[in-house]
Design a binder for this molecule. Structure first.
Ligand code: ATP
Ligand code: MG
Length: 257
């Protein structure tokens, strides 16, 4: 199996604050890696470096075997089109319709006609189970779960090989969180997508992760299948999962591969 994303001793300082302190891991092609860890651990910073929105202070980040750290801004733009990003709170533009929101990456990065763009948007909305007519609505007229789906549709528009999600289930009720987990897994399976997911949601981590990474104060303290973190040698990992209060014996991956 090949690794789509490889980090080697990645560090990031903001001024004299060391936020990421030598992180290394690999994300295998077509698998889901979930990064867990407390608030302020550096999870979002790590994700922003992977999608080339932030440069590490040192270290290597290989995307499809290419180190992106030394790349110039125009080359980084090419790298960024490999990723679809699903932001916390979906980050939709409130003054634009669902159609305009989801169409945005196509308008920015392609020369497709209006009709073609509309067709592609409607196709993606349908895949994500959003009904006819939703494209005319504004984000404020949607439920939280629907907004996440719209955010996911937008991230999928350029048919990326890699999807990254920052807290996809935060603020959702348990049932809707489950639906979002199912969607993440379905997208992975259907489009052979490699996913990196930041989550505070331990149950969600157990459902979708092939590999879980526990990040504490900028360092990887444990890495492996979620089961191993919950029941393995590493005390910090066991404790972190126990503290979440989630009974992980009853949750398992949506579909085994
Ligand atoms: N652009 C920046 N400039 C200065 N400091 C920053 C910047 N971005 C992040 N930090 C600092 O880096 C640390 C880690 O922040 P980060 O957002 O990566 O944490 P996180 O793990 O995503 O937390 P949360 O779970 O609360 O979202 C914080 O102390 C934050 O203040
Ligand atoms: Mg964050």
């Amino acid at each position: 199996m090949t690794d789509t994303i490889v980090l080697k001793d990645v560090r990031k300082d903001f001024g004299d604050q060391q936020v990421i302190k030598g992180v290394s891991f690999a994300a295998a092609n077509g698998e889901t890696t979930v990064i867990i860890g407390g608030s302020g651990a550096g999870k979002t910073t790590l994700l922003r470096m992977i999608v080339a929105l932030e440069k590490p202070t040192s270290g290597q980040i290989l995307i499809d075997n290419e180190d992106i750290v030394p790349l110039k801004p125009d080359q980084l733009n090419r790298i960024r089109t490999k990723f679809g990003m699903v932001y916390q709170y979906a980050a939709l533009l409130d003054s634009s319709t669902v159609l305009e929101n989801v169409a945005f990456p196509l308008v920015e990065h392609t020369k497709l006609s209006k009709k073609e763009i509309r067709d592609r948007v409607l196709e993606k909305l349908k895949i994500l189970g959003l009904d006819d007519g939703v494209e005319k609505k504004f984000p404020s007229e949607l439920s939280g779960g629907m907004r996440k789906r719209v955010g996911l549709a937008r991230a999928l528009m350029l048919e990326p090989k890699i999807l990254v999600y920052d807290e996809p289930t935060s603020g959702l009720d348990p049932l809707t969180s489950r639906l979002v987990d199912d969607l993440i897994d379905e997208m992975r399976e259907r489009f052979d997508i490699t996913s990196i997911v930041i989550s505070h949601d331990i149950a969600s981590c157990f459902r979708i992760a092939h590999q879980a990474i526990l990040l504490i104060r900028g360092k990887v303290v444990a890495i492996g299948p979620p089961d191993e973190l919950a029941n393995g040698e590493n005390e910090e990992a066991r404790e972190f999962i126990k503290m979440s209060g989630v009974d992980v014996s009853g949750v398992s991956r949506v579909k085994k591969t």
